[in-house]
Write a protein that binds this ligand. Structure first.
Ligand code: 4AD
Ligand code: MG
Length: 483
């Protein structure tokens, strides 16, 4: 017997050695037939495109043919031939077809028709098999790789920071507890409070909201580091841009100020968008078309002025506009939607936090380019940010993107021991939980900066998906931890 080479769908579609015998395996997307032949459209996740398998009805028995249904897994031995049909250069003339796993059409929920994203979320165990979720998974993977490449090429070291922690890095108290105490009957101390000394770690612990504090420790020795890890937030935000479990990239750089930090953020974002355009072409073309189809269902005034690909190009072509919080507030106060009371949160005075409607107004309507806002009031930002000389604002910087709003949040860090201690007291942070962080300001402290980059928000931007639940395989959100 002639040895038959295995080729995946992508390799098969890219090959031109017509006449070669190959074995291809995958899942059936569709089957359609005519009098003498059946056409099977096969996908194995290696590409957005399907491979057409042509089966002569004389070569396949009826039982096998009946089992070749949408969702079934098959293995095909056949010959690569030049396709006669339009739409593909190559197809496979089947010699034998084996069904590896059937999928009862009465039960298989993914039929070859358009399913709503809401429905697909309920079948997240199968949605990888759709074109949309296959494309997103490949883009996501390529971006993980590109992020490591970007930082590695620039001399950064990747640091694993703890997932279980006793510190609240953001001081917002939005943490998930990690405990092995019996919830029915936890051990209590003399005063009647839950005795966390008896808990697994001998203290209260939670899932981390950020790896920043530990990344700072590493940066103050290795100079340039970054984390790429899961972060957890128990905030009850049921929006299209919030997850309870998401992935964050946190670079931290010694001898670097807020302007260097902004430059790094802008360089990184542009590098990643360019990398996606260079390496995810087929998937982005598909997602671009998908987004254009979605736009057609929207009212005229709600349609995006740009296609997905135009939006990506737009990020590459524009310098990000840099303004201070105070300047942003002036613009927002005098903006049309504020005066006409169209914002849900009206901007009346300096000091208020910016909502995503304000961020999107600045980016999409006012400046029409990505915006970096800096120097926020200290009262709406975390304790670790460097205080400006005005005593009121801190060296924070947020990068705002169209459709998304805040995609990056970062700052120059407070390197002065005295000023940091004062902020820790003002913010009621427990000194004893972060004594090690404080000590770095006593031993060789230097100016340093960093930021947190929300991976899923970025994938949302790249893929044009409206809801963040659709760019992570298994989303965790309030009241939802299925799969
Ligand atoms: O602005 P955040 O809260 O900043 C920090 O955690 C800092 N410790 C980062 C640092 O300076 N090292 O979060 C950073 C980014 C946000 O800009 C956003 O993109 C993303 O993380 N993010 C979320 N993404 C999805 N779901 C959520 N609930 C998110 N919260 C923040
Ligand atoms: Mg933030």
């Amino acid at each position: 017997m002639e040895k038959i080479k295995s080729r995946n769908v992508k390799e098969s579609l890219d090959s031109r050695d017509y006449g070669t015998k190959v074995n291809v395996k995958g899942w059936v997307r569709t089957k359609r037939g005519s009098k003498n032949v059946v056409f099977i459209s096969l996908n194995d996740g290696s590409t957005i495109h399907n491979l057409q398998i042509v089966v002569d009805l004389e070569k396949i028995n009826e039982q096998t043919l009946n089992n070749v249904t949408t969702g079934a897994a098959i293995s095909v031995d056949g010959e690569l031939v030049k396709s006669l049909g339009s739409g593909q250069a190559v197809e496979v003339n089947a010699i034998t077809v084996d069904v590896l796993g059937t999928a009862d059409p009465e039960e298989y929920p993914l039929q070859p028709k358009k399913h709503s994203l809401e429905f697909l979320r309920e079948i997240a165990h199968l949605r990888f098999r759709t074109s949309t979720f296959g494309a997103i998974a490949r883009v996501r993977h390529t971006m993980i790789f590109a992020i490591h490449k970007f930082f590695n090429d620039r001399g950064f070291y990747n640091i694993h920071t703890p997932i279980i922690t006793a510190a609240d890095a953001e001081g917002a108290g939005e943490m998930f507890r990690v405990s092995v105490l019996n919830p029915e009957n936890p051990l209590r101390d003399e005063s009647g409070s839950i005795d966390f000394k008896q808990d697994f770690f001998g203290r209260e612990t939670n899932l981390t909201v950020s790896g920043q504090l530990e990344a700072e420790l590493a940066a103050l020795a290795l100079s340039k580091v970054y984390t790429f890890g899961p972060t957890f937030r128990a905030e009850n935000s049921n929006t299209s841009r919030h997850l309870s479990e998401f992935w964050m990239i946190e670079p931290e750089v010694a001898f670097s100020d807020i302007n260097d930090n902004m430059d790094l953020a802008e360089d990184m974002l542009k590098y990643l968008v360019q990398y996606a355009l260079d390496h995810c072409q087929d998937d982005l073309l598909f997602l671009n078309k998908r987004q254009q189809d979605e736009e057609k269902n929207k009212k005229m005034d709600q349609r995006s002025p740009m296609t997905l690909l135009e939006k990506l190009q737009f990020v590459l072509d524009n310098d990000f506009l840099r303004i201070t919080y105070s300047e942003a507030i002036d613009i927002l106060k005098n903006s049309k939607p504020n005066k006409k009371k169209k914002f849900s949160y009206l901007v009346e005075k300096w000091g208020v936090d910016l909502q995503s409607e304000h961020e999107r107004y600045l980016v999409e309507k006012h400046f029409k380019k990505p915006v970096i806002i800096s120097d926020y009031p200290k009262n709406i930002k975390a304790f670790y940010m460097k205080l400006n000389d005005d005593g009121k604002t801190v060296r924070a910087m947020d990068v705002l993107f169209p459709q998304i709003g805040e995609i990056i949040g970062g700052s120059q860090r407070e390197e002065s021991y005295e000023k940091l201690m004062q902020r820790i007291k003002e913010c009621n942070i427990s000194e004893k939980d972060i004594w090690w962080y404080i000590e770095t300001r006593k031993f060789g402290t230097v100016p340093h900066s960093g930021y947190g980059f929300g991976f899923e928000r970025f994938i949302q931007f790249l893929t044009g998906m409206g809801n963040i639940r659709d760019v992570i395989p298994f989303p965790r959100t309030p009241k939802n931890a299925e799969f």
